[in-house]
Design a binder for this molecule. Structure first.
Ligand SMILES: [Zn+2]
Length: 250
């Protein structure tokens, strides 16, 4: 696959994004893009809709995994370039289309190389955005049997110079944990608020308390940011005092 074809593949993947756990067509497009490779084996439906493409050279040696992601985000595309998303409410906003095209290009490049030792697994991981794909791949016996020596996760970083590859000692980024909290109060007519239990203040306090847990210095070992990402409460009606609130922080 030459560079032009890799760019076209990226645009095709961008045009037809799919959500986490639903990346069936995307996996099909990747398979099709590497169908001319002769020396590969493909493990399908790994950890969901994932693909593991194995390029094995003659002699034994280390097994290296290069990993990218298949899924897109539930965000409406507002761009109007000709390859904009045709799937309503879904778009590639994290660059996974680019990662897949790069790794598919790598599969095709490796297929033409005459390396002697080891094995490269090009892993197209499903469901990255929900956090479900990685453990599902790890728990798939067909993946553990590959017994990789090294795993490299590929991800773009905006605002860095073109053609640069960035690695860091230690951790590259923080892990993410999400906390979903449901507050159950008691709904009432808003003319009689004394008969209800409104979760509003509790919700406000939660957001403030999480904010108080922040340690904003990235150089510190216990660097952490608690970010409110979703809040909902009540209905859009003057007459009803809310009884239920939901809040997600990560
Ligand atoms: Zn991403």
């Amino acid at each position: 696959m030459n560079l032009e074809k890799i760019k076209l593949l990226r645009k095709e993947l961008h045009r037809y994004p799919e959500l986490s756990g639903q990346e069936i067509e995307t996996a099909g497009r990747i398979k099709k893009s590497i169908e001319k490779c002769h020396n590969i084996k493909i493990i399908e439906n790994i950890g969901g809709n994932g693909l593991a493409v194995i390029t094995e050279f003659s002699n034994s040696g280390p097994t290296i995994v290069i990993r990218c992601e298949l899924d897109a985000l539930p965000i409406e595309e507002v761009n109007d370039f000709e390859y904009h998303s045709v799937n309503k409410g879904i778009s590639h906003k994290c660059g996974h289309d680019g990662h897949m095209a790069i790794v598919a290009g790598l599969v095709s490049w490796l297929d033409q190389q005459d390396f002697k030792n080891g094995k490269v697994i090009s892993l197209f991981q499903p469901a990255e955005e929900t956090g479900e794909g990685a453990p599902n791949v790890l728990n798939d016996n067909r993946f553990s049997e590959l017994n990789p020596d090294y795993i490299f996760a590929l991800h773009n970083i905006p605002h860095q110079p073109i053609h640069s590859i960035i690695t860091l000692n230690g951790n590259f980024s923080s892990t993410v944990q999400s906390v979903s909290i449901e507050l159950k109060g008691k709904e009432s007519h808003s003319a009689e608020p004394e008969h209800g239990v409104n979760p509003a203040l509790c919700m406000a306090e939660l957001i403030e308390r999480f904010n108080g847990l922040n340690n904003k210095d990235p150089a510190k070992e216990d660097f952490r940011l608690c970010v409110p990402i979703y809040s909902s409460m009540g209905v859009k009606s003057y007459g009803i005092l809310p009884g239920l609130a939901r809040s997600i922080t990560r």
